[in-house]
Design a protein around this ligand. Structure first.
Ligand SMILES: Cc1cc2nc3c(=O)[nH]c(=O)nc-3n(C[C@H](O)[C@H](O)[C@H](O)COP(=O)(O)OP(=O)(O)OC[C@H]3O[C@@H](n4cnc5c(N)ncnc54)[C@H](O)[C@@H]3O)c2cc1C
Length: 476
């Protein structure tokens, strides 16, 4: 239902910050899920107080509001499914490093990569590193509790947020915590906002923890006869307390995709073997000590291994990981990218399940991911116009989610629920748990204006496929 009177008031209050043009609204109508719902207006605040004005108006007139960072979420969580207004956070992008305290004071619209670069320039390190870090915002990272390759050793966004500032859906300014490393005064609503997918409040700024940059890094690529052997070997590594900063697994199909994309064989003579790519980071002496034990592990467990001996070789090895995902579109024009989490004790059972799922669904399902924390990206590839494949893909996702929960895992490790995962929330959570979450939502957002239609209502995203935005550069 449109809100013309409220939108006129918004324009009067915020003038040029409010865009109601068809082009402006279209650009804010979708995120990386590409499912599009047109808003009535897009507001781009330059100062924090303007967000309070928008929310107070929206709450008074019951206008749905969706907060938008860079729209890189794959779950449809930034798509304004009920229309209304979009708040674009990109102009609140300040970054200031507190050298002494080892903290970054950031605006919600700052990109993750800008924060990392500012920290690095002063000898500090901000480890959470989603692959989208050049584009995505810290506000979006906080809302989704984003992770990345460094998660296993250092943790995810939640582990680095010291304090948050922002607005309740009613338009009241709040601050959860302050720039101190300890804070034990009252309920911890900071952690409630983290991972709440823009449904409980609007983050305008954050104080982030930084750690010293490691002095040395060492990269090693290992190949294994099959997926079960690779995942078993990873468990041996962790049991030996050899903690890599990054530990990335790529199954055979992901390796073949990377080889097609880079035009290089990862291991000559071992084409298309599953691999684990490792980076160790720490003090120089620590890395020298580790090398001895890690190489012994590689000799005992792997078919082949390669150490990076120069910066160029490091880059070559990381290209394998970076390029595999895009190259998967040779296997299908559509991808369902799931970010499930599997407990380590069940790695081999999960690998056998994926092999069965491929055989039974007759689909290509390249799988790769962060095996230091069990967060595996299962990519179900299909052709959208082929109804047999589409149905097989839908059935494969259902089976995947049921199996992950049965193995004691999680349906999402870093992407969140949004719209796309709503059919599976009930697999993860009991009715009582969901009621508790809904009670929190009702308490903080009594009129239900902030990012409505997400998380709790079951949405079969397939039904919306016809609403997907198409670009000229889309894969055929
Ligand atoms: C190629 C690619 C690679 C990716 N790799 C990773 C990865 O490695 N790890 C990972 O975790 N994710 C990954 N993602 C997913 C995505 O980048 C992350 O979820 C990211 O955190 C989203 O940030 P954003 O600024 O784009 O947020 P958006 O997509 O704009 O929004 C995401 C959600 O956050 C809410 N939100 C945004 N800003 C705020 C705010 N200031 N206050 C309150 N709510 C807000 C929105 O309402 C929405 O619900 C990837 C995505 C792509 C396209």
């Amino acid at each position: 239902m449109p809100h013309p009177a409220a939108t006129r008031q918004l324009k009067r209050r915020l003038g040029a910050r409010t865009d109601t043009s068809p082009a402006g609204c279209w650009a804010a109508s979708f995120d990386s899920s590409k499912i599009s719902f047109l808003p009535e207006a897009v507001v781009t605040p330059k100062i924090e107080t303007e967000i309070g004005v928008v929310l107070e108006l929206a709450n008074r007139h019951r206008v749905p509001v969706t907060v938008r960072g860079r729209g890189t979420t794959l779950m449809g969580s930034a798509a304004p499914v009920r229309g209304g207004w979009v708040i674009d956070m990109l102009k609140l992008n300040r970054v200031r490093i507190d050298d002494e305290a080892g903290m970054a004071h950031v605006g919600a619209g700052a990109t993750t990569a800008d924060i990392q670069r500012a920290a690095e320039a002063r000898g500090w390190f901000y480890p959470p590193d989603p692959s989208s870090k050049e584009y995505c915002t810290i506000g979006g990272n906080i809302a989704c509790n984003a992770g990345g390759m460094h998660g296993g050793k250092y943790g995810v966004t939640r582990d680095f947020v010291i304090a948050l500032r922002g607005f309740l859906p009613t338009g009241e300014l709040v601050q959860w915590g302050t720039a101190t490393k300890k804070f034990s005064a009252g309920f911890n609503l900071r952690d409630l906002w983290i991972g709440s997918e823009g449904m409980l409040g609007v983050v305008t700024g954050a104080v982030l923890k930084l750690i010293p940059q490691p002095a040395a890094r060492w990269t090693l690529l290992t190949a294994f006869p099959d997926e079960v052997a690779a995942l078993r070997a990873a468990r041996v590594l962790f049991r030996a307390r050899l903690q890599p900063a990054i530990c990335e697994f790529l199954d055979r199909v992901s390796v073949l995709c990377a080889e097609r994309a880079t035009g290089k064989t990862v291991f000559p003579g071992q084409a298309g073997r599953p691999v684990i790519l490792l980076e160790f980071a720490g003090a120089v002496s620590e890395i020298e000590d580790l090398k001895f034990e890690v190489l012994a592990w590689a000799r005992a467990q792997a078919l082949a291994f390669r150490e990076a001996r120069s910066r160029t070789e490091v880059e070559e090895l990381w290209a394998v990981r970076r390029k595999c995902s895009g190259a998967m579109f040779e296997l299908g024009d559509s991808k369902i990218n799931e970010d499930v989490v599997v407990p380590m004790r069940n790695y081999e059972r999960f690998a056998r399940f994926i092999t069965r799922l491929k055989r039974e669904s007759k689909l290509a399902i390249p799988t790769f991911g962060h095996i230091a924390d069990g967060n595996l990206h299962v990519n179900i590839m299909y052709h959208r116009e082929n109804s047999v494949e589409t149905r097989a893909a839908e059935a494969a996702v259902q089976k995947l989610m049921e199996t992950v929960v049965a193995l004691g895992g999680a349906i999402s490790g870093e992407h969140g629920i949004g719209l796309a995962k709503t059919p599976f929330l009930r697999l993860q959570h009991s009715a009582a748990q969901i009621r508790a979450m809904q009670a929190v939502k009702k308490a903080l957002d009594p009129r239900g204006i902030l990012n409505p239609g997400k998380m709790f209502g079951v949405v079969r995203i397939w039904k919306y496929e016809k609403l997907q935005v198409k670009f000229p550069w889309d894969h055929k």
